[in-house]
Design a binder for this molecule. Structure first.
Ligand SMILES: NC(=O)c1ccc[n+]([C@@H]2O[C@H](COP(=O)([O-])OP(=O)(O)OC[C@H]3O[C@@H](n4cnc5c(N)ncnc54)[C@H](O)[C@@H]3O)[C@@H](O)[C@H]2O)c1
Length: 334
């Protein structure tokens, strides 16, 4: 029995594949490689390059493999890009998502762990954010994930789909062999470390007048390996008959942009010059998780703090200055 991992060549997906393989899981990966990298995947993992909205392809994968569950990472995930081009996000994340979940149900695959996001909360009044806070996204990316959450609920109710929607806060950090590498990159941690490595002359700080102590946005940074492990726990939970649910994945600690940059200066010893830019549309001021539910229901507790996150990504990028561009397919020992 295999797990279908969509978006498994992407950042969080490839680390989850790594952790699943370490536990001896059988997998199939589907990714269109629009944002992911073939080199981020073990060459022995069965891989299909294609789109989740391709119903014929999903039917074929289901025919060719004995799929028992799915982890659905595949999506576009840049807030700014979604504001500039919402159609791209609704088409890729929702239109293809509808086709994809429909194909799973048709193929009899009824267990799914879904990548949702803290962006579905928008600018919540209550902090830290618990799962029952009202959701009102501030950007099309958040709405695309919000819509998929409602689809999962409806399909759960009517078609017997069992799901866990994991609402991640800010994924960051690296394992020994896999780290964050996107082209273009919009996330703070890899960009700060690019500035530390001298590949960017300065790091942009978007907005300095947010209602936070230092005026910059506050986020909850979670190590990618902690996130990956939560997916494995969520699958186990569903296999044991756990009820469908939405669960935050965060640490409960928030750091401002300036605090992250300061922590990165300590880790790297580099000066990391900054440049103030206007705020980005769609960016909430503060997103920090109440992560108690993940602990209570899944037994999940993040192991890494911000310094460990920065150290791990720094080590990875020193080994791979060109990210995945200089790598062939990874083997488990590489
Ligand atoms: N990175 C974060 O901080 C964060 C936070 C909250 C939620 N998420 C969610 O987690 C998931 C993974 O995020 P990530 O940071 O690893 O992103 P990523 O871009 O590195 O990975 C996504 C992968 O999905 C693939 N993909 C996208 N659309 C596809 C399609 N239609 N068909 C097939 N493959 C497709 C991309 O090529 C890429 O490899 C996404 O759903 C994202 O919305 C990420």
């Amino acid at each position: 029995m295999k797990i279908l991992v969509t978006g498994g060549a992407g950042y969080i997906g490839s680390v989850t594949v790594e952790r699943l393989l370490e536990r001896g899981a059988q997998l199939v990966v589907l990714d269109d490689l629009v944002r992911g990298h073939r080199a981020a995947l073990d060459k022995n993992v069965p891989f299909y390059q294609g789109r989740v909205g391709d119903r014929a392809l999903i039917a074929r994968i289901a025919r060719e493999h004995d799929i028992e569950s799915c982890i659905h990472f595949a999506a576009l995930a840049y807030v700014g890009e979604s504001v500039a081009d919402p159609a791209k996000y609704f088409e890729n994340n929702v239109e293809e998502g509808v086709a994809f979940i429909g194909s799973l149900v048709k193929a009899g695959i009824r267990r799914i762990v879904f990548s949702s996001t803290c962006a579905t909360y928008g600018e919540p009044e209550q902090m830290p954010i618990s799962e029952n806070c009202p959701q009102w996204p501030k950007n099309p990316y958040g709405w695309s994930k919000f819509t998929m959450e409602r689809l999962l609920e409806s399909y759960g109710h009517s078609y017997g789909l069992k799901f866990v929607g994991l609402r991640y806060f800010n994924a960051s950090g690296a394992t020994q062999v896999r780290g964050e590498y996107h082209v273009p990159e919009s996330h703070l941690v890899p960009n700060v470390l690019s500035a530390a490595a001298g590949e960017m002359s300065e790091v942009a700080v978007f907005g300095k007048d947010y209602p936070t102590p230092d005026g910059t946005c506050i986020r909850d940074y979670v190590h990618v390996a902690d996130l990956a492990d939560a997916h494995i726990l969520a699958l186990d939970y569903l296999r044991k008959g756990g009820k469908s649910d939405f669960i935050n994945l965060g640490t409960g600690h928030g750091y401002s942009v300036l605090e992250v940059i300061e922590a990165a200066r300590k880790v790297t010893g580099a000066p990391i010059p900054t440049k103030m830019e206007p705020p980005r549309p769609g960016d909430p001021s503060r997103l920090v998780a109440n992560a108690e539910k993940a602990h209570k229901i899944l037994g999940w507790k993040p192991a890494f703090d911000l310094a460990a996150i920065l150290r791990s990504q720094w080590e990875w990028r020193k080994k791979h200055p060109q990210g995945y561009l200089d790598q062939k397919e990874l083997s488990p020992s590489s």
